[in-house]
Ligand binder design. Structure first.
Ligand code: PMV
Length: 309
């Protein structure tokens, strides 16, 4: 049995989503895949790519995460799981969540509680994600389990997720700064800014919240020009939260100069990835990045998370 988890891109709303503001998110084609078989030797293991086997409770974070996944899926027999991903790690594209979701889906056949829907899968995958992210908003596992485009809001009683229908396909160029970043450290940095400068923080939060509302409308009406503009404004406000870097700014500028409708960091910032919205062909943006030493790829999102066209 094999399972898939999608990578994710936050179009608008990272960081403020931690404080209850909605974020607009898309699941992308790239992600993670996993296969699970019964372990004849009676010892459960998880290998990621050609890495060393991870054993439940082997004292590592990954071992803790794997043990959490087996428990969340109600798996009591020994299983051998192999997972692969084509997402860069620590880049803001939800690599760990995609792996967690792929493994949960691969484990479905072995669990006492089989046939999980997307929400169940996301909840189970949190057992893995929490080990790596501390206090994740849950946006990554939701995108990994659903794909498509949706609005995500964190509430005390759990996430509230609305499908966002897409009027015109969104072609995105996604580029890597080449700098790994720690989501935990970036989220803590924003929390410190919030303590020291509450008024400034609140203004940024309110500003991004307004952008999220307008960006949703732009997606639903197919106004890609407006969406690009809103992404540029979001980048401006994120820079004010001190989560942008020189590489991110260089990549955003290069993308806009190469014809992108808008560009911003995606995820935690401090490195990681930049997302640019393009009209039609993403090649000029990808070339502009390559000339400056940054890798990237293109993806198109055509549907809301509910599966509409
Ligand atoms: O894990 P990343 O880098 O994709 O970022 C997640 C987005 C944040 O809003 C910064 C954190 C969160 O948990 O939502």
């Amino acid at each position: 049995m094999s399972g898939h988890g999608s990578g994710k891109v936050i179009l608008v709303g990272e960081h403020v989503v931690v404080y209850g503001v909605p974020a607009l998110v898309v699941g992308i084609e790239r992600g993670a895949d996993a296969d699970a078989v019964a372990a004849e030797d009676g010892v459960s293991s998880l290998t990621i790519g050609d890495g060393a086997p991870i054993r439940p409770g082997d004292g590592t974070d990954a071992g803790r995460g794997f043990a959490g996944l087996l428990a969340a899926c109600g798996v009591t027999r020994a299983v051998r799981v192999h997972a692969t991903t084509d997402l860069p790690a620590a880049a803001g594209l939800g690599c760990s969540a995609a792996l967690g979701v792929a493994v949960v889906r691969a484990l479905d056949q072995f669990g006492a509680r089989a046939k999980a829907d997307a929400d169940d899968v996301a909840t189970r995958a949190l057992a893995w994600e929490t080990v790596f992210h501390g206090n994740p908003s849950g946006v990554d596992v939701a995108a990994a389990a659903r794909g498509g485009c949706f609005r995500f809001r964190r509430t005390e009683s759990g996430p509230v997720i609305d499908d966002v229908p897409i009027a015109r396909p969104l072609t995105l160029a996604i580029g890597h700064t080449g700098v790994a970043s720690s989501t935990k450290a970036m989220v803590e940095g924003v929390a410190r800014l919030r303590e020291r400068r509450p008024e400034i923080f609140q203004k940024s939060l309110d500003g991004i919240a307004a952008l999220v509302g307008n960006a949703r409308l732009a997606i639903e009406t197919g106004d890609l020009g407006a969406l690009g503009h809103l992404m540029n404004l979001a980048q401006f406000l994120l820079a004010g939260l001190m989560v942008s870097t020189e590489e991110i700014e260089t990549m955003c500028r290069a993308a806009r100069d190469a014809g992108a409708l808008g560009a911003k960091l995606t995820g935690a910032g401090g490195g990681g990835c930049v997302v640019a919205l393009v009209e039609g062909d993403a090649t000029p943006v990808l070339e502009a990045w390559r000339e400056r030493g940054f890798d990237g790829f293109a993806t198109t999102v055509c549907r809301g998370a509910g599966g509409d066209a």
